[in-house]
Design a binder for this molecule. Structure first.
Ligand SMILES: Cc1ncc(COP(=O)(O)O)c(C=O)c1O
Length: 371
């Protein structure tokens, strides 16, 4: 969709990457690291100063100790973290439960690990799941469940009750949980709702069953740096490190130095990030609604899923093509987030990790839509 947007000069609200500058100080540390000749391989499982910073930040944000020597693997972004974690733990014949709509990589990751994905629906408007449907998806072959929290593409933030229910099934069926937490700091608290980040590793009995997959991409607005990490028990970490060593050897050394700096930033950095994203969400949401979209208000991450049934298009792909070519705004067809394209045929996703002027330009163009 990004390539289509470029081809047709559309405002790109499809792929989730910021069009604003990354923080100056983080960039300066990266440039200084290159000037200081941090230009050769880092330790394959991650530079020590970066792993130490990850352990300190995890203690601050999630409240538990991790051993940087045996429980962290630095990867080439979270994309590699997820596939390394799966390849390290999942065997042929295993099943991996994926909530849908899903971030596109999870099912291919499971398939590449010779496992079978099993889908459980998150249902609009609040994207909750049916407890019985989830329970029915667990069986003796279930190796793991994947949770993306806060969630791409829906903006859902799993409640503690939901997490505890999933945790109880993982324990009952002796399954692991892979949690993609790359939007952990992009949350929009609201009155009457308990919107806070809960990591599966914080739930009782889940610390050793959970692989946290995270990355610098979203929290520090550096999606092109490709630096991420996995946090897991020493036993699982040892397996992840072996896969990682053969897949990529290691992540960019000078960018890990910058990562050590970034992950040591004070809480004020994250408060500001959250406020800025909340303002962007509050800017785009009413514009989408006025343009005729049904919107599902996100509680976290930087996407809005929308309902396009008011526009009368046959499906999401046809609508997206029209939006890019005739209206000049790019989004992602909803069907790309479902195992069966029919489920997303009347949905599209917009991202709002963009400058205000980009969002306003998109809003201006969306006024041309008729419904
Ligand atoms: C849920 C989710 N996980 C992983 C990724 C990829 O992140 P990374 O840049 O760390 O590979 C994205 C990117 O959009 C995402 O939305």
């Amino acid at each position: 969709m990004t390539r289509e947007a470029m081809k047709h000069g559309a405002v790109n609200l499809s792929q989730g990457f910021p069009d604003f500058a990354a923080p100056e100080d983080i960039k300066r540390v990266a440039m200084q690291a290159i000037a200081d000749d941090v230009n050769q391989y880092a330790i394959t499982w991650g530079a020590k100063d970066f792993r130490d910073a990850i352990a300190r930040k995890t203690k601050w944000y999630l409240g538990f100790e991790i051993d940087p020597e045996s429980e962290i693997t630095v990867t080439c972004r979270s994309t590699e973290g997820m596939i390394s974690a799966m390849m390290a733990t999942v065997d042929p014949g295993d099943e991996v439960i994926v909530f849908e709509p899903f971030y596109e990589n999870y099912a291919p990751d499971a398939i590449l690990s010779d496992a079978t994905p099993r889908y459980v629906s998150l249902r609009a408007p609040d994207w909750s799941f049916d407890h019985n449907e989830l329970r029915a998806a667990f069986n003796a072959n279930t190796k793991a469940v994947i949770i993306c929290n806060p969630n791409n593409p829906t903006g859902k933030v799993f409640t503690r009750d939901e997490m505890e229910f999933i945790a109880s099934l993982c324990q009952e069926f002796d399954a692991l949980c892979f949690t993609d937490e790359i939007y952990e700091h992009i949350l929009f608290p609201r009155a009457g709702a308990d919107i806070g980040h809960v990591s599966m590793a914080q739930i009782e009995g889940m610390r050793d069953r959970t692989v946290i997959v995270n990355s610098m991409s979203k929290t520090y607005s550096v999606t092109g740096w490709r630096v991420g990490y996995c946090i897991a028990s020493p036993e699982i970490t040892s397996a992840i490190r072996k896969v990682h060593d053969f897949l990529t050897v290691g992540a960019a050394a000078p960018l890990q130095t910058a990562g050590a700096y970034a992950l040591s930033l004070p809480p004020a950095y994250y408060d500001q990030l959250q406020k800025e994203y909340e303002a962007r969400r509050d800017l785009i949401l009413p514009e989408l609604e006025q343009a005729g979209f049904g919107t599902f208000r996100p509680d976290g991450a930087y996407y809005v899923m929308t309902d396009i049934s008011g526009f009368g298009f046959k499906n999401d792909v046809e609508f997206t093509r029209h939006l890019i070519r005739e209206i000049g705004v790019a989004c992602v067809p909803g069907s790309s987030f479902y195992s069966d394209p029919a489920f997303g045929a009347q949905q599209v996703r917009f991202c709002f990790c963009k400058k205000d002027e980009t969002l306003m330009l998109a809003a201006e163009r969306l006024k041309k839509l008729t419904h």
